[in-house]
Design a protein around this ligand. Structure first.
Ligand SMILES: NC(=O)c1ccc[n+]([C@@H]2O[C@H](COP(=O)([O-])OP(=O)(O)OC[C@H]3O[C@@H](n4cnc5c(N)ncnc54)[C@H](O)[C@@H]3O)[C@@H](O)[C@H]2O)c1
Length: 257
């Protein structure tokens, strides 16, 4: 019970890494508040948590929409009047070399992956400041350390998230708020499945190629990242401030051959 009695907010927790983290946080004693655009997936996540004996609620939230985030803030604070953990996980992909990325796609990926994190943090920081504590986890990616084919727009947002995390940490340190980033490598989720489908004629072959660019024998799973998020969320990480925690099977550590 590493998160006993904590209120943990997770965006994009209907699927993939967010879903695995929501289930793990609930198992560790947190009340999990899920913000999702995919209502069916969010309800399914809440059902699974309740079935396992945990506590959770889901709200329809589009992190790129200010009114939607404001309404979520009001609901969460009415229920708990505190926020212990805020995991900004929601994200969308954008595939294409920079000159191939249409402006609407650029704007969408920035609106969700970057401005969405700004909006959600802005909504809940006053509460964390007033309570003099909290843990914010921002989802970046190991792509910030090694470029990746046809991902310029996406990597721009994830690089900005890592930089923003460090400056946020400086600003909120006086309030005992820890702000860290997570940098996963290739985690096999619906997000990656979609990327493989959209980008390659033979997605299975491409999956094998992804495995070869890392040192670990298998691609990561959502649980691999969920356990890292659990660490950053818990008091065990009380001395971890403004870090970018890499969870990438060695992709950025060195070349396999
Ligand atoms: N899967 C990977 O290999 C990988 C690697 C590095 C970083 N990441 C990052 O991890 C995060 C989660 O990725 P995933 O692979 O679990 O993706 P996923 O697509 O499986 O899950 C993302 C969830 O976010 C939700 N979402 C999308 N836009 C939203 C919005 N505007 N408001 C609220 N919710 C929204 C989706 O409905 C979905 O349930 C993303 O930020 C992604 O960039 C993933």
């Amino acid at each position: 019970m590493r998160l006993r009695k904590k209120v943990a907010l997770i965006t994009g927790a209907g699927k993939g890494i967010g879903r695995a983290t929501a289930e793990l946080f609930a198992k560790e004693g947190a009340f999990v508040e899920i913000a999702e655009v995919d209502d069916a997936a969010a309800q399914e996540a809440v059902r699974a948590i309740h079935q396992a004996g945990g506590e959770a609620a889901a709200t329809h939230v589009d992190v790129s929409d200010q009114a939607s985030v404001e309404s979520w803030r009001a609901q969460v604070l009415a229920r708990h009047n505190r926020v212990d953990v805020l995991f900004n996980n929601a994200g969308v992909s954008a595939v294409g070399a920079l000159h191939d990325v249409p402006e609407e796609l650029w704007e969408k990926v920035v609106a969700v992956n970057l401005t969405g994190v700004y909006r959600v943090c802005k909504a809940f920081l006053p509460t964390m400041i007033a309570q003099r504590g909290g843990s914010i986890i921002n989802m970046s990616s190991s792509i910030v350390h090694t470029g990746l084919l046809r991902r310029a727009a996406y990597s721009a947002t994830k690089g900005a998230i890592l930089a923003m995390t460090k400056s946020m940490q400086v600003d909120y340190a006086p309030y005992n708020i820890r702000v860290n980033a997570l940098l996963p490598g290739t985690i096999f989720t619906p997000f990656v499945e979609q990327y493989l489908r959209e980008s390659y004629d033979n997605p299975e072959e491409a999956k094998g190629a992804l495995r070869q660019r890392q040192l670990a024998p298998e691609l990561g799973t959502p649980d691999d990242v969920a356990y890292a998020a659990l660490y950053l969320a818990s008091d065990e990480a009380r001395y971890v401030w403004g870090s970018g925690l890499i969870v990438d099977g060695g992709t950025t550590a060195g070349k396999p051959y």
